[in-house]
Design a protein around this ligand. Sequence first.
Ligand code: ZN
Length: 78
Amino acid sequence: MSCRKASYIIEKRWVSKISLWEKLSLKFHLMICNLCRKYESDSKILGKILKSLNKHEHSSHLSKTDKDALKDALKISE
Ligand SMILES: [Zn+2]
């Protein structure tokens, strides 16, 4: 699996279900690739934000916690 595909699955995981095959291939790729492992741990913060946004899709404002998490996520991507 390429890093491009791995990062695609990492992101896809937050917004939809991934197949068992995708899950296994990703797991295997993360075992051999430091870069994607780093990306995966960074993306956990982003994933939390996405999940909480989905949960509160009817409210138009971010809570303070969401804002702080977003700030942290932005810090990481700098
Ligand atoms: Zn990789």
